[in-house]
Design a protein around this ligand. Sequence first.
Ligand code: ADP
Length: 488
Amino acid sequence: MSSLLGYLNPISRLGNRRYSRALPFLVAIGACVLLELAFTVLLHNPEAVGIFAIFVFVSLIIYFSFRDGVAGGAIVTGITISYYFYIIYSRHYVGEQLSSGVQTTLILALLYLFLSGVIGGLKQKIDFLIEREADGRQRLQAIVQQLPVGVIVTDKDGVIQMANKRADLLLGTPVEIGFKMGSKALAEGEYEGRPMNGSESVVARALAANKTVGDVEYIVNRPDGKKVHLLANASVIQNYEGKTIAAAAIFSDVTAHREMEQRKDDFVNMASHELKTPITSMKLYVEILLEQARQLKDEKVSKVAVSIAYQTDRLQKLVSDLLDVSRLQTGKMSFSKEIFRLDTLMVTTINELKHLADDKKIVYTGKLPLTVYADKLRIYQVITNLITNAIKYSPDTQLINISARRSGQYALVSVQDFGIGIEPSQKTKIFERLYQVNDDRGKTFPGFGMGLYISKAIIQRHRGRIWVESEVGKGSTFCFTLPLRSKA
Ligand code: ADP
């Protein structure tokens, strides 16, 4: 019954482009026969059929145009007009009655054809649009299913609506449609070294913050026993009014990449450790050589020994930076803290570094005692890094301003140069591991991009902050804070 209703109901057939020709033909013929029989045999009033027929056939034309398109309406129109001529013929119209009957029939024919064209045309256009939309959706689904990354789409409440095959594959288990992201972890694993919990899922975070959350890494323990590193990104999807209507996450397997990185880190770590001992011996021998050359007043050997000593120092610094980076990667950097005067350390460090840059004018301001509880050697390392950078990246200017002062509960150190400066887009990146500004100007400066990364880690581990204010071509001011020792 319901399938018959569906077959007859033109609205439920929207989007269905299989138009019937037989049904409008049969129904129109049937209507003619029924009307003719009703008015001639039953009612014995064949003249009265005209007005009644107009209502019946207009309704049929509208119905079949809407159900079967232009052709459906045209078929009913053709049969209707034939029937009208049959009425004129069978009722023996003559004279005025005949000509007005023919005229009316022709006008009605035009009107009916117009109606069929408009309604049928509209119906066909709607069907076409619906079909195209469905096609587009199907194509999109096929593309999403075959993407080489995992895709999960949720509604605005984080309930999963769709996931592709790759998502199942990456998680090692089929993604449950209807699962609410954020309620608990979608898979077992770790996030930032802790067991994963629901609120840390990228989708939950993107929906909570109503913005894109990018490059979040999880380690998933798959049911097959494998551990995979997944890199995930999620963004909220908004309608044209800017209201969030859904969220989508994509994630990919970066396990091979991480393993490779790990091997590289292990290698660097091992190589640095292996290099440490010979470099220490080299330094020792060079110092002996230098001493002997001085005693023998051999200037040539002395010059060579000084240059070897300088290069050995650079090598030693590189190796010790590499080891620091590796310690930071593995969380093995330890601090041995003590109470000391930061202002005094500043003065000593500046005096030590002054000889490196005879052409620079280093001005230090800061007379207040600033007592901190920190790892003195590590803080010395940070100050040295900032000052040597200031010297290195200001080849054409002399002045370097350094200050150490109080700022609330913190000691605030700043190192200002008037050198090449840093682009706004690079200001946070320069604190990343192995990052160097990579433009033609930057390339002329030797370095490895480890100093600021290590400095940032040291300062952060002391509950301080490090940042830079800079303008390209005008110079940079690097600042860091350290909590003051309360009794200071
Ligand atoms: P390195 O100096 O060995 O390259 P750093 O980590 O100390 O490594 O610095 C990272 C990058 O930041 C540098 O390559 C340089 O491009 C930029 N930089 C650091 N200090 C300054 C400065 N004072 N002025 C301009 N650019 C700087």
